[in-house]
Design a protein around this ligand. Structure first.
Ligand code: ATP
Ligand code: MG
Ligand code: MG
Ligand code: MG
Length: 477
C-alpha cells in the first residue's frame, strides 16, 4: 500500500464519519514562539484551548511536521524522521473517549477490501494512563482487547499538557508488535523498537493548575467541553504496510536513499554505519526540501539555521560515504519526484527551492575543501609526532579560519584513529568569545566617545572598521 493511499484511506474514513477534512498548515507556524509545526495539534491550539470557537465539531487532516529533537535518532531507530506526516482526527466537544477508541480500532482492523488498513488484531497493543480505568474498560468492551495487551503508564508517557495551566488529559497509545526478531516480549512498556508506536489518542478532559514540571501539576477539575486530539504517523503505518524495515525505506523516502547509494557506489544493507548515513541523507534531503518549500531559507539563526544544519549534515554524510562532488541536484530531484504527488508545489516552485539548495551545497563543499588539506596535514603531523590527539589549536584554526565545524574535525580525526584535544579547543573558543565581547564593549565606548565629537564634525562621516572581522557565527556542524 503506497503512502499516499494510506493517507487517503484515513481521510476517506473520517469523511465518512462526518469529519471536515482540513488541509495541512505550513511547517512554519503562525505563532512566533513555535519554531516549527511539531504535531497535528499545533494549528488547532486556539480551538483546543477554547480561545477561538472551532468552526466544526469534528475534523481530520494530514499535517506536515518537523521535529528537530528527533535528529539524533534519525537513521538509528526505524521510526524517527525530522520530517514526517501526522494523520489526525479531532473532536471539539463532539465525540469523546468511546468514539475515538472505536474509530481508531475500526480503521486499523477493517480489511483492506473494506477500505480499512487491514491490521491483524492480534498484533495490536495499547497503553493507557495509569488512572484511566475508563479507557481500559473501553478497549476491552469496544475493541475486545484482552487485558494482557493493555498496559498502564504514568504521566511521563501518557499524559498530555501544554505545559501551562489549562486543558490537559490522559492519552492512550496504539502499538504494533513487529515480532521477536525486533526485540523482547513484554509489550510497549518494555521494548519500543519491537513494539512500534503508531497512534496517540489524547483525551482532553481535565483542567490543570499549579504546573511545576512536565509531570508535576494539579488536576483541578473537569473541562466543560471535552476534546479529542489524535496523531498517527503516516510513515510508520507505511513502513509496516509495505513490509519494509523502517520509515526510510518507504515509497516516499527510499528513492533518495537509492540515489545516494548509486552515487556512492556502495551497497545498502552491508555495513551498519553506512546504512545509518544513507538513511540520514534520505531523511534530511526530504526535510530540507519541505522546509524550503514552506519558505524557510538557509541562514545562521533560527529556522534557517536548522535548515542549514540539515543540508550540511547531508553533505557531510555523503563525504563520509566517499562522495566529494555536489550531489544535491540528484538527491533533491529524487525527493521532489517521490513527494510531488501530494505536494505539487515542489515541482512548480522547483526553480526557487533548488537554487537555494544547490548554492548551499556549493558553499559548504568549498569550506570543506579548504579545510580538508589543512586537516590532513595536521593529522599527519600528529601521527609523526607519535601523538594520538590532534592539538586543540589546530582544531581551532580550522574552525576559525576555514569555518570547519568541530564535529567534522572530530569525525575525520576519529577515522584517522585520532582524538582531538577538546579541552584545548574549548578554551581557545572561550577566549575568542571573550575577546569578541571585549571588542564589542570597546566598540560601544568608541561609538559613545565619537558621538561626543559628532556635533563638531557633522554627522555621518565616521565609519568603523572591524565589523566584518568581528562577525562570528555559531556552527554546530
Ligand atoms: P516516539 O515515542 O516513537 O518518539 P512520540 O510519542 O514522540 O513517538 P507523539 O508525540 O505521540 O510521538 O506523536 C504522535 C504520532 O506521530 C506517533 O505515535 C508516531 O506515529 C508519529 N511520530 C512522532 N514522532 C515521529 C517522528 N519523528 N517520525 C515519524 N513519525 C513520528
Ligand atoms: Mg518522540
Ligand atoms: Mg512515545
Ligand atoms: Mg506518543
Amino acid at each position: 500500500m503506497k503512502t499516499a493511499e494510506i493517507a487517503n484511506r484515513y481521510l476517506d474514513f473520517f469523511r465518512s464519519k462526518d469529519h471536515e477534512i482540513v488541509p495541512s498548515a505550513s511547517l512554519v507556524s503562525d505563532d512566533p514562539s513555535i519554531m516549527f509545526t511539531i504535531a497535528g495539534m499545533v494549528p488547532f491550539i486556539p480551538y483546543l484551548t477554547g480561545v477561538v470557537p472551532a468552526p466544526y465539531k469534528a475534523a481530520a487532516d494530514l499535517q506536515k511536521c518537523i521535529r528537530t529533537n528527533d535528529i539524533e535518532e534519525v537513521g538509528k531507530t526505524a521510526r524517527h524522521g525530522t520530517f514526517f506526516q501526522m494523520m489526525g482526527n479531532w473532536s471539539f466537544g463532539d465525540y469523546f473517549k468511546e468514539g475515538a477508541i472505536s474509530y481508531a480500532w475500526e480503521l486499523l482492523t477493517s480489511s483492506e477490501a473494506d477500505g480499512g488498513l487491514g491490521f491483524d488484531e492480534k498484533d495490536l497493543w495499547v497503553t493507557v494512563y495509569e488512572d484511566d480505568d475508563e479507557a481500559e474498560q473501553l478497549w476491552r468492551s469496544v475493541a475486545g482487547l484482552p487485558a494482557n495487551r493493555i498496559q498502564r503508564l504514568g504521566r511521563e508517557d501518557n499524559y498530555w499538557t501544554t505545559g501551562q495551566p489549562g486543558p490537559a488529559g490522559p492519552c492512550s497509545e496504539i502499538y504494533f508488535d513487529r515480532g521477536p526478531k525486533y526485540g523482547q516480549d513484554g509489550g510497549p512498556a518494555v521494548d519500543d523498537n519491537r513494539f512500534l508506536e503508531i497512534w496517540n489518542l489524547v483525551f482532553m478532559q481535565y483542567a490543570i493548575d499549579n504546573v511545576r514540571g512536565k509531570t508535576e501539576f494539579d488536576i483541578v477539575g473537569e473541562l466543560p467541553q471535552k476534546n479529542i486530539d489524535t496523531g498517527m504517523g503516516l510513515e510508520r503505518v507505511a513502513f509496516l504496510k509495505q513490509g519494509v524495515e523502517n520509515m526510510y525505506e518507504t515509497d516516499q523516502v527510499r528513492p533518495v536513499l537509492d540515489r545516494a547509494v548509486e552515487l556512492s557506489g556502495r551497497t545498502y544493507g552491508k555495513n551498519h554505519e553506512d546504512d545509518v548515513r544513507f538513511r540520514v541523507i534520505a531523511d534530511h534531503v526530504r526535510s530540507s526540501l519541505m522546509l524550503l518549500s514552506d519558505g524557510v531559507t538557509p541562514s545562521n539563526e533560527g529556522r534557517g539555521y536548522i535548515l542549514r544544519r540539515l543540508m550540511r549534515r547531508t553533505v557531510r554524510s555523503m563525504r563520509l560515504l566517499g562522495v566529494e562532488e555536489a550531489t544535491f541536484p540528484e538527491l533533491f530531484a529524487a525527493s521532489r519526484d517521490a513527494m510531488k504527488a501530494g505536494y505539487p508545489e515542489l515541482e512548480t516552485d522547483w526553480q526557487r527551492l533548488s537554487s537555494y539548495a544547490f548554492a548551499e551545497e556549493e558553499t559548504f563543499l568549498r569550506t570543506l575543501t579548504a579545510g580538508s588539506t589543512i586537516l590532513d596535514t595536521a593529522v599527519e603531523k600528529t601521527k609523526t609526532a607519535g601523538s594520538d590527539k590532534l592539538a586543540g589549536d589546530q582544531a581551532f584554526l580550522l574552525h576559525d579560519t576555514y569555518g570547519f565545524p568541530i564535529d567534522l574535525t572530530l569525525e575525520i580525526a576519529e577515522e584517522a584513529g585520532l582524538g582531538v584535544d577538546r579541552d584545548g579547543f574549548d578554551s581557545l573558543m572561550k577566549a575568542q568569545r571573550e575577546r569578541a565581547k571585549e571588542d564589542a564593549r570597546s566598540r560601544k565606548r568608541q561609538i559613545a566617545d565619537l558621538s561626543v565629537y559628532r556635533e563638531f564634525r557633522g554627522a555621518g562621516e565616521t565609519s568603523f572598521l572591524g565589523y566584518d572581522a568581528l562577525q562570528t557565527e555559531t556552527r554546530v556542524l
